[in-house]
Design a protein around this ligand. Structure first.
Ligand code: 4NP
Length: 166
């Protein structure tokens, strides 16, 4: 049977190292963009996790909270490490940088369903860095650039999802 274009809900997860800075921000930004674009019906679940469990049980970094709130985006998440079951739970797992991407690919059970990609693959701005750099040891500017990248990549992904070209 042919499926109607864009009729299937998909699930997405974001992955960074600690799951306190970039990936909880990504989750919040994607949820906000889907609401703005009236496309929440296309997504069943949005989650995030880290390749490490260094900060498991912690809330987002205060700089992630500040950056999200200053851009009008609520953020709420409890950090956890990636689990093997995540590779069959999510349709897409988006890595923030190349190290996250390589770690995820190394862990992925053979035959599991998740498509693992660098989130920056969803860019339509040649000048924008595709790598969402680790902001942990830097200043607030790093978090603000992370936010701008995540907003652009989220809107590009959602637009393509809506047109069946994700
Ligand atoms: P994230 O940032 O991967 O974007 O959550 C980091 C958070 C914590 C550490 C490194 C990066 N850490 O080394 O504790």
């Amino acid at each position: 049977m042919t499926k109607e274009l864009g009729s299937d809900k998909i699930s997405v997860a974001f992955c960074c190292l600690g799951n306190i800075c970039r990936s909880p921000m990504a989750e919040a930004v994607m949820r906000n963009a889907a609401g703005d674009m009236k496309l929440t019906h296309l997504i069943s679940e949005i989650d995030s996790f880290g390749t490490s469990g260094f900060h498991a049980g912690d809330g987002p970094d205060r700089r992630t909270i500040q950056t999200c709130l200053s851009n009008g985006v609520p953020v709420n998440h409890v950090s956890r490490q990636v689990r093997l079951s995540d590779f069959d739970k999510f349709d897409y797992i988006f890595a923030m940088d190349r190290e996250n991407l390589e770690d995820l690919k190394y862990m992925q059970p053979r035959g599991s369903k998740a498509k693992i990609m660098l989130f920056g693959a969803y860019s339509e701005d040649a000048k924008m860095d595709k790598i969402i750099k680790d902001p942990y040891y830097g200043g607030p500017d790093g978090f603000q650039s992370n936010f701008r990248q995540l907003d652009h990549f989220s809107r590009t992904f959602l637009k393509r999802l809506a047109t069946g070209t994700a």
